[in-house]
Design a protein around this ligand. Structure first.
Ligand code: FAD
Ligand code: UDP
Length: 364
């Protein structure tokens, strides 16, 4: 087989770059995907009850990047909604991320927005050199809020203490000195109106694109002649683990369907201090689907399953740096996406990255 471009992995990174190659360059491209579907972790499907679920955990699209939003809007229209999350602390459901509403409900007080800043300043632990996720939280909200909201959730999610995780993890969660209880403040947010899988299908509906599902690229790559390989799988696997295995965090998803219209009042409820799962998502609350039953998913983090989250600790970054030395030497391989670049990219960031790589030229 002869293809100028081969893409390994049909997640958003791989699909975006394949779409650009096929439509802009009008070149043939082969996508090799080991799963039996496209979309990578954003894949969604209808379960036996007819409810649209996300097969790899809740995915909410949000971005301030107009170009990325416009790009994806070519392949889908949007169900627009504002994502909301409550967290279960001391027997109450309070809004996440932290806003003046969160603090007022947590302590049964009545601060104004202006008073919140002073309140948090008094709680905050002064830390000169902020190095870890624990430092981030303590320096912003102090010990009590850290223990109630962040510490145990993070331990469950990552299996280690926040003091061992770099700053990027907890920094994802903003502190808002207002009453905006939306989970994301980004300008554009929502769900592809007919689901992510349909959006992904449209991205690659071009006769220049050939798709090989159920195939690990190593099974076939020796039989294919190509000029450029765009690799979006795990980098350690690409190099046969020569420097050792990179750590990823995985999640076991447990789905349940109930014969009632509503399970909880918001799309996601976090459980930092109770149960073994981190959060419960109710899909109809994300997608706007109407149905007389409802499906939820509970997330149980673990370290053995599919690689989902790169693990941002110093040791892992050091290990990845060894692989990066090898990656730099490749002449005709481009490493792209959450797994290959070992970065905690959101959907918009991974599409942005793929568009930028394409614009930069595909010569490896
Ligand atoms: P992936 O989607 O992982 O795609 C990589 C593909 O490569 C996979 O399909 C894999 O099967 C394939 N592959 C791997 N190895 C091989 C091989 N050897 N041969 C062939 N194929 C191979 N982002 C948001 O913006 N909002 C959210 O709400 C959000 N929620 C998330 C929730 C969870 C639980 C997770 C895990 C992620 C979430 N994300 C969210 C992030 C989002 O999933 C990623 O940004 C995006 O999926 C990354 O796309 P990718 O193409 O880099 O990787
Ligand atoms: N986090 C937390 N408490 C919460 C929500 C999040 O401690 O109630 C921390 C946790 O470490 C998590 C990180 O903040 O991994 C980022 O949260 P986000 O909701 O962005 O996680 P994702 O949706 O990517 O899993």
């Amino acid at each position: 087989m002869n293809y100028k471009y081969v893409v390994v992995g049909a997640g958003l990174a791989g699909l975006t770059i394949a779409e650009r190659i096929a439509n802009v360059l009008n070149e043939k491209v082969l996508i090799i995907e080991k799963r039996n579907h496209i979309g990578g972790n954003v894949y969604d499907s209808y379960n036996d009850e007819g409810i649209l679920i996300h097969n790899y955990g809740p995915h909410i699209f949000h971005t301030n990047d107009k170009e990325v939003y416009d790009y994806l809007s070519r392949f889908t229209s949007w169900y627009e909604f504002w994502h909301r999350v409550l967290t279960y602390v001391d027997g109450n459901l309070i809004p996440m991320p932290i806003t003046v509403e969160t603090i007022n409900q947590l302590y049964n007080i009545n601060l104004s927005c202006d008073e919140l800043e002073d309140f948090l300043k008094k709680q905050a632990v002064p830390i000169d050199d902020i190095k870890t996720s624990k430092d981030v939280a303590l320096s912003k909200v102090g010990l009590d809020i850290y223990e109630k909201i962040f510490e145990n959730y993070t331990k469950k999610q990552w299996g280690i203490d926040p003091a061992e995780l770099d700053t990027s993890v907890i920094s994802r969660i903003p502190i808002r000195f207002n009453r905006d209880t939306r989970y994301f403040a980004d300008r554009y947010q929502g769900m592809p109106k007919h689901g992510y899988a349909k959006m992904c299908e449209k991205m690659i509906s071009n006769k220049n694109i050939k798709l090989l599902l159920n195939t690990d690229y190593k099974e076939v790559i020796d039989q294919i002649q190509y000029e450029t390989l765009i690799y979006t799988g795990p980098t350690d696997y690409f190099y046969d683990y020569k420097h050792g295995k990179m750590l990823y965090r995985s999640i076991r998803f447990e789905y349940e369907t109930f014969s009632k219209e509503e399970y909880q009042s918001v799309p996601v409820v976090n459980y930092p201090n109770d149960y073994d799962y981190t959060r419960i998502t109710e899909f109809k609350k994300l997608t706007g689907q109407e149905h007389f039953k409802t499906t939820i998913v509970k997330e149980y983090p673990n370290s053995d399953g599919e690689p989902y989250y790169p693990f941002p600790t110093k040791d892992n970054k050091d290990l990845f740096a060894l692989y990066q030395e090898d990656m730099k030497k490749e002449k005709n391989v481009i490493f792209l996406g959450r797994l290959a670049e070992y970065r905690y990219y959101n959907m918009d960031a991974v599409v942005r990255r793929a568009l930028d790589v394409f614009e930069g030229g595909l010569n490896g």
